[in-house]
Design a protein. Structure first.
Length: 145
């Protein structure tokens, strides 16, 4: 691989255009444990949530930032495939039971390769239909995989 002046170190943020931004903010804060870092007024329409070392930015419908992107996608069109949040410690059964108690179904529990190697993960959908992967720490022997 060629040397580059760009040295990537992790995920900074993802931006989600919401149909119902308040519901989405409550989900990420109340269910997944994010906190609100910053909110702009309704004219701009941006809420920035803290997710560990990263942020999840929620754009409010009718706000300038969302309007600049055109119409919101329908139920069959999404702005992204999924994004992944690192979770540590990772107790898959406890996480699934917790999410189920909040009415959130999970799918695809298994070991997958990610930024830190192979480790456990599962998928869920947020209230806007965006797929979120929750990923645990790497399996100790994954460095040799």
């Amino acid at each position: 691989m060629a040397d580059s002046v760009i040295q990537l170190i992790g995920l900074d943020h993802v931006v989600i255009r919401a149909h119902d931004s308040e519901r989405l903010i409550r989900f990420y804060c109340d269910v997944l444990g994010c906190t609100i870092d910053r909110q702009t007024g309704p004219e701009i329409g941006l809420t920035q949530l803290r997710a560990g070392n990263s942020q999840i930015d929620i754009l409010t419908p009718g706000g300038r930032l969302s309007n600049e992107k055109g119409a919101l996608p329908g139920t069959e069109a999404h702005n992204m495939d999924h994004f992944c949040l690192q979770v540590e410690p990772f107790d898959g059964e406890a996480i699934q039971a917790y999410l189920k108690s909040h009415g959130v179904e999970t799918t695809g529990f298994g070991d997958r390769f990610g930024a830190k190697g192979y480790g456990p993960s599962l998928y869920l959908n947020d209230p806007e239909g965006n797929t979120v992967e929750l990923k645990g720490p790497p399996i100790k022997d994954s460095a040799s995989s």
